[in-house]
Every structure is written in structure tokens, then in C-alpha cells.
Design a protein around this ligand. Structure first.
Ligand SMILES: [Zn+2]
Length: 336
């Protein structure tokens, strides 16, 4: 498939019906894309994710019009998790969908509603413990694409949303990438919409080349999410940043997600073992980044910080690594 086939264009508002009543909208995100999903039933419409500020008026409202549905028929907006490419359009959703209940997973709601909390706990979440900070240009971009707003509460695991007829979807808690990440199971279509809950061996550009590492954060939760989706075994796996995956391709994607996490666990442990005097978190990122995957090593440490912090914390919890001191005021970590 050529890059032109896969690269969403800004005028590319046509939704693609990937299964009965499940419509995918690819929205541009620099050289990447974010896929939003519209699920339709006779009595209502559900929107999964809001994109960045401006995505809804530019892409979702025209898509609804093409589907012959009105914005006041949107009864639910599910915000998958607390990253700006998914919640940056919450204020747009509030303005566009007067009848929608706008929700996210309980543990992500306070982060989505309060940008300062997003910055402290998510974007700059490695400063306090690890002395490692995100690139200011990335932080400025995050601010520029986000217009946050209040949600209407939380979406709980097992909650059903009735869109009329046989079209009842179910919310699934799929933590790991964030603590409160939620998916939507669509039983009549044998499909599950998972956002960033599983991320294979890299997050990719629109042309499929690796852009940066898979940014899961809570390793045991993430592996349980992979296992849960494998047990669910839907024939159609719908993510935010990858092509539509059906059948064996869906299963292979889940297997790659688990295999990557198992391998990175070993790489982090090995990096610590080869440096008996210990490593700062920045040292650890520099040691692991060039060998962990196919993405460019330059400028991707901010993404790798998420899974490496997760694996380091897991090794500490297992008694296999510990903090051995400080170097220039920054914690140093070593094999226990
Ligand atoms: Zn994302």
C-alpha cells in the first residue's frame, strides 16, 4: 500500500463503515493520524474519542452529515484516555453534542478535566521521581491542541450503552497505557474499539513506519489488557493509530504487543545489570532506546520514558532493582 493510500488528508472527512454501524474517521495528526469511531443505532449515535481541538468541527460533524445523522442524536461520547490527541476536543464535543453524556474511565477523568494535572501527572510525570523532563516543544504542542472541559462522570467496566434495536455496546476497562483507559465492545459487529490500549512494537507514522516506542505505562495492567482482548477474540480490532485489523492480523497485533513488553522487560533488566554502579533514568533511556525498536533514536526518549518507567517500577516491585543513590541530585538505579 502506498503512502498516498494511507495518509489521511485534511479534506478527507468521509467516514469508512468498517462493520455494520461502525464508522471510522481518520483525522490528521502531523505525519500520523488518529482514528475516531462513530457507532450508530436506530435510537442514537456514539462517538469514540474527540481528537484534538478542532477535530470535531473539521472532521466529525461533516462525517455525521454524510451518514445522515444529526449532532443532537449523539447520546454518548467516550473519551478513551488522558492523552491530548484523544481528549483535546472535549470542549468541542460539549459544544457540538447537546444531548451527549461525555465520559472517560474514572481514573482518567480528573486528568482530562484539569490541564495542570495532565501536565504534572502525565506529560511531565517523570520529573519528580526520575529527574527526567519532556521536551518543551512537545509540551507547547500539547497545550496548543487541547481545549479541555468538564466531563459528565465516569464510564465503568461493563456499562452498556443502548443505541436502539440490537445495537447495545459495552464499555471495557483496558488499563495499561493509562490507568483509566476504556474500550468499547461492539458485539453485533464482532468488533472492539480499543484506542491506544494496545500498541504492538511501535506507534507508527501514517505510512506504517515506526515513529516512536509503544507508550504503555503500567506493565502488569497492560499485559492483562492484552490477555483480556485475546480472550474476547473479536474478529475486528479497531485502534487509534494503526490500520483496521481483522482476524489473524488482529491476533498477531495483540501477540506483538505482549512480546514487545516481555522483551523490553529483559532489555531494562540487562541494562541495569551491565552497569553495577547504576544508571540515572536518562542513562537508562539512552542505553535502551537504540536497541529496543525500529523507531529513530533521536527525539523519541520522551515516549520511551513511559514503558521504561513501567518496567523499572515492576523490577523494583519484584525486588530485582532498587535506588542506590543520587548523581547531581538525580536518582540512580541498579540491579538489586
Ligand atoms: Zn493516541
Amino acid at each position: 500500500m502506498s503512502m498516498a493510500d494511507r495518509m489521511p488528508r485534511t479534506d478527507d472527512v468521509a467516514p469508512v463503515e468498517v462493520a455494520p454501524g461502525v464508522h471510522r474517521i481518520d483525522t490528521p495528526l502531523g505525519a500520523r493520524f488518529t482514528s475516531l469511531y462513530v457507532v450508530t443505532g436506530p435510537a442514537g449515535v456514539l462517538l469514540y474519542d474527540t481528537g484534538i481541538d478542532g477535530t470535531i468541527p473539521a472532521h466529525v460533524l461533516p462525517a455525521l452529515e454524510l451518514l445522515g445523522r444529526r449532532s443532537d442524536e449523539v447520546v454518548a461520547v467516550i473519551v478513551s484516555h488522558c492523552d491530548v490527541d484523544h481528549f483535546g476536543g472535549v470542549a468541542d464535543a460539549r459544544e457540538a453534542f447537546a444531548n451527549a453524556r461525555i465520559v472517560a474511565g474514572a481514573l482518567d477523568v480528573p486528568v482530562i478535566e484539569d490541564y495542570e494535572r495532565y501536565v504534572t501527572e502525565r506529560a511531565r510525570g517523570f520529573v519528580a521521581d526520575y529527574g527526567w523532563d519532556e521536551d518543551p516543544a512537545v509540551l507547547a504542542w500539547c497545550r496548543s491542541v487541547t481545549r479541555e472541559g468538564r466531563l459528565d462522570g465516569a464510564a465503568a467496566d461493563g456499562e452498556r450503552i443502548d443505541l436502539g434495536g440490537d445495537r447495545v455496546v459495552e464499555v471495557l476497562a483496558v488499563p495499561g497505557h493509562s490507568r483509566g483507559h476504556v474500550a468499547v465492545d461492539v458485539p453485533w459487529a464482532n468488533a472492539v474499539i480499543v484506542g491506544d490500549a494496545v500498541l504492538a512494537a511501535s506507534v507508527d507514522l501514517a505510512d506504517g513506519t515506526p515513529a516512536f516506542p509503544p507508550t504503555y505505562r503500567h506493565v502488569d495492567d497492560y499485559l492483562e489488557t492484552v490477555a483480556r482482548l485475546e480472550r474476547l477474540d473479536r474478529g475486528l480490532l479497531l485502534t487509534a493509530h494503526y490500520p483496521v485489523m481483522r482476524g489473524e492480523a488482529a491476533g498477531a497485533f495483540l501477540a506483538r504487543s505482549r512480546e514487545f513488553a516481555e522483551r523490553l522487560d529483559r532489555l531494562v533488566a540487562d541494562a541495569l545489570a551491565t552497569m553495577p554502579d547504576g544508571l540515572t533514568f536518562a542513562d537508562l533511556l539512552a542505553a535502551v532506546n537504540p536497541i529496543a525498536g525500529g523507531w529513530p533514536a533521536d527525539g523519541t526518549e520522551g515516549a520511551l520514558a513511559f514503558p521504561v518507567a513501567g518496567h523499572l517500577e515492576r523490577l523494583i516491585a519484584e525486588g530485582r532493582a532498587l535506588r542506590v543513590g543520587e548523581r547531581d541530585g538525580v536518582a540512580v538505579w541498579a540491579t538489586a
